[in-house]
Design a protein around this ligand. Sequence first.
Ligand code: TRP
Ligand code: SF4
Length: 337
Amino acid sequence: MIAAKKRIVSGMRSTGKLHLGHYFGVLTNWVKLQNEYDAFYFIADWHALTTKYNNTANLREDVQNVALDWLATGIDPDKSTIYLQSLVPETAELHIYLSMITPQNWVERDPTLKDMTKILRTQGATDNSITYGLLGYPVLMTADIITFNVDYVPVGIDQVAHIEISRDIIRRFNNLYKVEYFKEPKPLLTDIPLLKGIDGNKMGKSFNNDIKISDDEETTQKKIMKTITDRERIKRDDPGHPENCEVTYQYWKIFGTEEEVKQIESDCRGAKLGCTDCKKCLAKKVNEYFAPIRETRLEYAKKPEVVKEILIEGSKKARIEAKKVFEGAKEAVGMYF
Ligand code: TRP
Ligand code: SF4
């Protein structure tokens, strides 16, 4: 007998077009995993609302963009279940049960949430704009996870603290209702280190330092020309230090072949290669890499009804599984029906 595939679930907030941090940190991993696991990937539009509830004009467009980026990257609706969070209401109901049992101080202590709140405050958030929904962020994540009673959650390192809380909440559910109903899933991490933004800080949409999957060639080139290099290399004739070249050389290691990287390294040290030329070459490599992905994206963008259909069909499929798990959860709690 063939052993049943293990289940995984993961989501991404729909906050607009995705960047190379998402691509290398998460998406390439998801594409691989969909071959080995029974994978559920969802666009977390409710989670987007935790911070964008007062700015919903672009909500639909944001969902569409995430879907396009996923499909272009190779997330395949024939291999994995791609769905929209708000089309699986079982998750919202599970969230209610979880919200009853989650101690207030667990969510208040969530370090990831503290970071999010800090960022929001620098963007002008006040006490009244940080909401109950945002505080419940990890509880809703837990609901996402238990919706399919998964074994693993493939995420970037930045989400691990959330998943830890999810495991605690799940354990508490099982203990309280004396069931071993829900599995305590483990994070499944990629080994790719966090991709830096062009300014050397963590790549992030709100930091204005990202390169989007969907950027055109010219935009990509312009951004690559701004990447941080060896800060001590001032003149063209100064020998460079690739190990201190914070962004450009790091990108080379991702986009170049082993040979190319070696060549760049020695030419840089020998001052045979100036940073401007080095970046021009790199921009070409990056554009070559993303050309087929961007082409696929454009094709899908011409057919929004196809993309919509993929989300609707995926969500139907997801709901069938969600309903099975959901009934057992209500029974465990002891609900009348
Ligand atoms: N918090 C995740 C992010 O910001 C998105 C997410 C929502 C998620 N629910 C999840 C990830 C459940 C994994 C599992 O990217
Ligand atoms: Fe970095 Fe390239 Fe300049 Fe060397 S030549 S410091 S690797 S940008």
